[in-house]
Design a protein around this ligand. Structure first.
Ligand SMILES: *Cc1c(COP(=O)(O)O)cnc(C)c1O
Length: 830
């Protein structure tokens, strides 16, 4: 890192007051321009103020960005850090204005300038739409990494797609999820810089021609053009600005002029519409063939444009092709960009004229891969037939990689054809009704010099289960790098009151070095500090209560325990287990309303993938249960259930600081890491969680006695399944559980409709693959311990402080430093 640190230090800083004056001026000028353009009679509205503030930041950031790019381009041939290219189909950026203001230290001057307009900063910040170009944790991780790239001064590019309508906006109608386009670019994006000079052709279809001498040449049937938009991300403690380069697909010829002149406008625009389809949304519904094909095209488009851009930059900066892999790291965020090795080989051989061995050496040096899931059914594969139609040259190359790889395996393990079938890059069709498929994870592993999991348990299971054969072949490739989150967004920005409290006790250094939070540990028993922490939490809970009232018309008490589960809706994350607990509690309250209940507000938020029917059914059940519980006069404040729609980064920033309890209750062995768990603990929520993902390392860092751990562990889960798991036995044995299941099945929450949740109940009583029935009793026991502790505010606050104090290791700065060390440095190439 020394080289980049030196660069960072060389970039001088302006004195703050000077900067504040400049900022106020820039804001005033931008506001004038904004108002002149819009001609608002009644003075500026919040949208105008937001855009003016953004444009004032943008000018400064664009200047810093240019300096950063120059510094990176000028770094010496001997630099120990390679330039990192982080390829990801998802970047869940959220809003950018508050972050930019903090990075530029302009929050105070802007607040003052806005006050002069009679507006509060927070109201203006709310007007910015979220850049929600992601689905969940994997995309948010990529966004935290961009922040740490800037902060650590790492020469880097994030590469993604510029989806015009994000994933989707979630609405709720009659308790059901409805999806609509999330038109986040409607008013433009002040944080992006259009780069019309950066354009690359990307081909699809056609055929491969064999030339004289055996060289191969791809003649695509269709060519799109990738156009670059740079989304800029500032550091907070230097003037570095990192870049997310997002690709936009355009047709090669804007319209078919001949068709246009003949009056056939639909035909004239055909190519344009076909190209534009790549820009619309992340994860086109994969329940149709057309949706799957579009997704594969998006992946190929991202990879090809990014690699062409990288090669061109490397050559422009005077690099030789031979040093491309030594100077550039190409990182695959899961297998979505796993076409990268095939595309890099194609570019190096077909376009740059290298031979196979040279191209392969470069590819292996450059590429590394992070796995994010252990579920075999979630590993990405594509039909060979789709490759033949869309990516024939890539298929050729993949076959050749496979041929050479399998020859090597045969040499090392002669006669082991079972092994050959298991590790081959091609699934010959046994598992998919005869269809041959390309295994993207296999391709990623074979072509990488490093493969990592995202938490200790996950990395261990990865080499013991899904990738066991590859780990035997290439033991030195596999590593663990535990995830982290950026403290700038998830503590400083999301929770200013807690940040101020921490500053007062241990200083401000934690923003840059989160490990300093350990200084809170010896203060955890300080009753005065505990009370201050409770006051901060209480104020945050009032804000969330106000939001719940605005959004849902539901009144909840800030005195109640705020019990929160927010994340993608998925069976393995077990929101359903949470709902079963709510039902059990409801039934118990109704049976004994006079008992001394610890009041609870259960908050759930999350989107279900549009084709995932079971997840949608869980959302509907949550709404049905909420309707019954929230309107039952016997219950009152003792229990409320609030489902907040359209979960995203900004909503998370409001909810997390207000949580008392963080629900991290996935079946052990299923959650790769989790990062939501980290954000909650960092904000002083206690975790109720299984021994899964990063929960384990968190428990070890903060002391397991400061977490409510429950449930079967990974080995026990495997054992129960091996012995033949029968969920009915658990239901028959547990009267409380039986009542809960019966109530759902009988239609108690669906106005007597016994059909609505039949599939859901049948699955719970049938296979219950995520072991909800087996973990129910222990979960309820843990919830009882939560109730008991919440009644002792001093003890609760002490544990919350121990949680915060233990979270220093979970900064994405530490994660990125580890990636640099083990994956991206020149040394990691041996
Ligand atoms: C952190 C975060 C996630 C990941 O949450 P998990 O609980 O780890 O699954 C998903 N979405 C958003 C918006 C986030 O901020």
């Amino acid at each position: 890192m020394n080289n980049t640190l030196a660069t960072r230090n060389a970039m001088s800083k302006k004195p703050a007051s000077d900067a504040a004056d400049l900022a106020a001026q820039a804001f005033a000028t931008a506001l004038e321009r904004e108002l002149a353009q819009r001609g608002l009679p009644g003075g500026p509205d919040r949208d105008s103020l937001m855009r003016a503030a953004a444009s004032a930041c943008r000018e400064q950031l664009a200047r810093r960005w240019a300096v950063t790019q120059q510094a990176d381009a000028a770094r010496g041939e001997a630099a120990a850090v390679r330039r990192v290219h982080y390829l990801s189909m998802e970047f869940l950026m959220g809003r950018a204005l508050a972050n930019a203001l903090a990075a530029l230290q302009l929050d105070a001057p802007l607040r003052a300038a806005l006050l002069a307009q009679g507006q509060s900063l927070s109201d203006v910040l709310e007007r910015e739409p979220d850049a929600a170009l992601g689905n969940g944790g994997l995309g948010r991780l990529a966004a935290c990494f961009l922040d740490s790239f800037a902060e650590l001064g790492l020469p880097s590019f994030g590469y993604g797609l510029r989806y015009q309508y994000g994933m989707f906006a979630q609405g709720i109608q009659g308790g059901r999820q409805v999806e609509s386009p999330d038109d986040w670019l409607r008013a433009g994006n002040p944080w992006e810089i259009h780069r019309p000079e950066l354009r690359y052709p990307v081909g699809f279809g056609g055929r491969v021609q064999v030339e004289e001498g055996g060289a191969r040449r791809w003649l695509p049937a269709e060519t799109l053009v990738a156009e670059a938009y740079d989304f800029i991300v500032p550091a907070h403690h230097s003037e570095r600005v990192s870049t997310l380069r997002q690709w936009h697909a355009a047709a090669e010829a804007p319209i078919d002029f001949k068709a246009f002149c003949q009056g056939d406008y639909a035909a004239a625009a055909k190519h344009r519409v076909a190209a534009d389809a790549l820009n619309w949304v992340l994860y086109p519904d994969d329940s149709t063939e057309a949706g799957r094909e579009l997704r594969l095209k998006q992946e190929a488009f991202l990879v090809s444009a990014s690699l062409q851009d990288l090669i061109q930059r490397h050559l422009r900066e005077g690099g030789e092709l031979r040093s491309l892999g030594r100077r550039n790291a190409i990182h695959l965020n899961d297998t979505h960009p796993a076409l990268a090795p095939a595309e890099l080989m194609r570019l190096l051989m077909d376009e740059q004229g290298l031979g196979w061995d040279e191209a392969w050496a470069i590819t292996r040096q450059a590429i590394s891969y992070t796995n994010h899931t252990l579920m075999p059914e979630a590993l990405e594969t594509w039909p060979v037939r789709m490759f033949e139609a869309l990516l024939p040259r890539h298929l050729d190359i993949i076959y050749e990689i496979n041929h050479r790889f399998l020859a090597e395996v045969r040499q090392r393990f002669p006669g082991d054809e079972g092994l050959i079938a298991r590790v081959s890059l091609i699934d010959e069709g046994g598992a998919y009704g005869g269809e041959r498929r390309v295994r993207m994870a296999a391709l990623s592993i074979v072509a990488s010099h490093r493969v990592n999991g995202v938490a200790a348990l996950h990395s261990e299971l990865m080499v013991q289960t899904i990738f066991a054969d590859y780990a035997r072949l290439f033991p030195e490739r596999f590593h663990n790098v535990t995830n982290g989150v950026t403290p700038r967004r998830w503590l400083q920005q999301a929770n200013p009151a807690l940040s101020a409290l921490i500053d007062a006790r241990i200083g401000r250094g934690w923003r840059q070095d989160l490990g300093q939070l350990a200084q809170l540990k010896p203060l955890a028993a300080d009753v005065g500090l505990g009370r201050e922490l409770q006051a901060v939490k209480r104020a945050n809970k009032e804000k969330l209560a106000a939001l719940i009232r605005r959004e849902l018309g539901l009144v909840v008490s800030p005195d109640s325990l705020f019990d929160v589960q927010i994340k993608r809706i998925h069976e393995y994350k077990r929101q359903l287990l949470n709902i079963l607990h709510v039902i059990a509690r409801y039934q118990a309250i109704v049976a004994n309303p006079g008992a001394d209940w610890t009041p609870r507000t259960v908050v759930i938020a999350g989107k279900a993938a549009s084709a995932y029917q079971m997840a949608k059914s869980i959302i509907q059940l949550a709404h049905d249960v909420a309707r019954v519980v929230n309107s039952d006069p016997r219950v009152g404040d003792k229990l409320k259930l609030a489902y907040l729609p359209n979960y995203g980064v900004s909503l998370a920033e409001t909810i997390i600081p207000a949580a008392d309890l963080s629900e991290q209750i996935s079946t052990a062995g299923t959650e790769a890491s989790g990062t939501g768990n980290m954000k909650f603990a960092l904000n002083g929520a206690l975790t109720i969680g299984t021994w899964d993902g990063a929960n384990i390392e968190m428990a070890e860092a903060m002391g397991v006695e400061n977490m409510f751990v429950f449930g079967l562990r990974t080995e026990a889960v495997a054992q129960i399944k091996a012995l033949g798991y029968d969920p009915r036995l658990y239901v028959e044995e547990n009267l409380q559980l039986k009542r809960v299941i019966d109530a759902i099945a009988q239609g108690d929450f669906s106005n007597g409709d016994t059909g609505r949740y039949r599939a859901l109940v049948d699955k719970l009583l049938g296979s219950d693959p995520y072991l909800l029935m087996a973990d129910f009793a222990d979960y309820l026991a843990a919830q009882a311990r939560v109730d008991a502790l919440f009644r002792q505010p001093e003890a609760w606050a002490e544990r919350a402080l121990r949680n915060i104090g233990g979270m220093g290791w979970f900064s994405s700065d530490r994660t990125i430093a580890e990636y640099v060390d083990r994956v991206w440095s020149v040394q990691s190439l041996r």
